[in-house]
Write a protein that binds this ligand. Structure first.
Ligand SMILES: [Zn+2]
Ligand SMILES: [Zn+2]
Length: 414
């Protein structure tokens, strides 16, 4: 027997239907807002991610799947942004550009609940806009999408991590402040401080966090331009009617972020509570050899988000499954016409073998997860109705053929 590799999953049935409903809601919502879908390869030259994500982050150090073919080193994509920018530069696309991506990412993380080595991400990128209004736009996009699909009880955390100038000044100030506390910090933090210092604030250890509670924060040490930019982002968020909390210890795990960073969190998810993460990354395009271009974007983990959304949410279960159980070959023409009518109404419809007994067909209807079985035989044909059985409640009723169209259109997902 073959088994799937550790940290992967087979997606099917209701789980996949819900995931696909989220994806199609994303395509239609972000499409209406000008974010056009882009698909980049699942693998790129490894150098792209080394350059963009930074050779010092945990992702590059431990988590990227790399493989060599004919002396060329490739990597499965661990996130979407670097590939989108590479594609933008390579295809000489005009600015401003708005992109949506929906695809699998690959990371060799330790498998744990809700974390997989192949996982999906939905993300948007807005390239070529530097003004704070557009930082607010992408946060607003995320919020409206979450509201559309029925997500509840999430919170938004916001911070600014400044530009290279204010960061290098702040770094020296922080080094001075931390001097006495260095022995109290964990090995990871000491290492991070030298390579990628803002990431110390991500440390999960309480002893480290106790130190970081006391030290000055980057958002209180911004240069004039960065401080003004941040103030305007918060003003726009207020104008958009978006509630958020400032979290001065919020930094992003990737090196290329500048100024605005934000996370959407959901309390029901335990330690892995981030459902959306993003911000501004004005330095990355140039780093990758493109024109000096300000960019903002975020990525969402739809699988983790789905854990917070009720099973029976109508927006994510738009389709019902119907099963037609016909009594006898001579009704095949009627049955096929009925099937087409149901499918044209946007539902799933399967047809049983009309040579089998009704009982056997209804049993199959049950096994394929049908919500309704429609029985059609001599009586139904003669008197012009369908017998519709609700498979959940067992309730059975006769619906005249003429009323069937409105029954179909009134039937919404459970
Ligand atoms: Zn600055
Ligand atoms: Zn630490």
């Amino acid at each position: 027997m073959y088994q799937k590799p550790k940290g992967t999953r087979d997606l099917f049935g209701k789980e996949l239907r819900r995931l696909e409903a989220m994806n199609s809601a994303a395509r239609s919502f972000f499409g209406r807002n000008g974010y056009e879908e882009i698909r980049t390869p699942s693998f790129e030259f490894a150098a792209l991610f080394d350059r963009s994500i930074g050779a010092t982050t945990d992702i590059v150090e431990h988590e990227i799947y790399k493989f060599e073919v004919s002396k060329k080193l490739y990597a499965l994509r661990p996130e979407g942004t670097a590939s989108v920018l590479r594609a933008f530069i390579e295809n000489r696309i005009a600015l401003p550009a708005r992109f949506l991506y929906i695809c699998s990412m690959y990371r060799r993380e330790r498998p744990q609940k809700g974390r997989y080595r192949e996982f999906e991400q939905i993300g948007i990128e807005l390239l070529g806009e530097s003004k704070p209004f557009f930082d607010a736009e992408i946060i607003d996009q995320a919020k409206r999408y979450l509201d559309l699909i029925g997500a509840r009880d999430y919170t938004i955390e916001l911070n600014s991590i400044g530009c290279q100038d204010c960061r290098s000044e702040y770094r020296e100030k922080l080094r001075e402040e931390l001097k006495a506390d260095i022995p109290k910090l964990c090995d990871d933090c000491r290492r991070r401080f030298e390579k990628n210092f803002l990431r110390i604030f991500d440390c999960k250890k309480e002893t480290c966090q106790a130190v970081y509670d006391r030290v000055p924060k980057i958002s209180d040490n911004l240069c004039t331009e960065c401080a003004e930019h941040y103030a305007q982002v918060t003003e726009y968020l207020n104008k958009f009617g978006i509630c958020y909390a400032e979290n001065k210890k919020l930094v992003r795990g990737l090196d290329y972020y500048t100024r605005t960073v934000f996370e959407f969190k959901h309390g029901g998810l335990g330690a892995q509570d981030t459902i959306i993460a993003g911000g501004r990354y004005d330095l990355l395009m140039k780093e990758l050899g493109g024109p000096d271009t300000p960019c903002t974007g975020w990525a969402m983990g739809p699988e983790r988000l789905l854990l917070t959304i009720p099973e029976d949410l109508p927006a994510l279960n738009a389709k019902e499954i119907f099963f037609i159980a016909g009594m006898g070959e001579r009704f095949v023409g009627d049955i096929v016409a009925l099937r087409n009518q149901i499918q044209d109404g946007g539902h799933v419809c399967m047809v049983g073998d009309p040579g089998e007994s009704i009982k056997a067909q209804v049993r199959k209807a049950n096994r394929v997860g049908a919500k309704y079985s429609i029985i059609y035989g001599e009586d139904e044909e003669r008197e012009g109705y369908y017998t519709v059985k609700n498979m959940d409640s067992g309730e059975q009723r006769k619906i005249p053929k003429n009323d069937f169209v409105s029954f179909i259109s009134e039937t919404k997902g459970s």
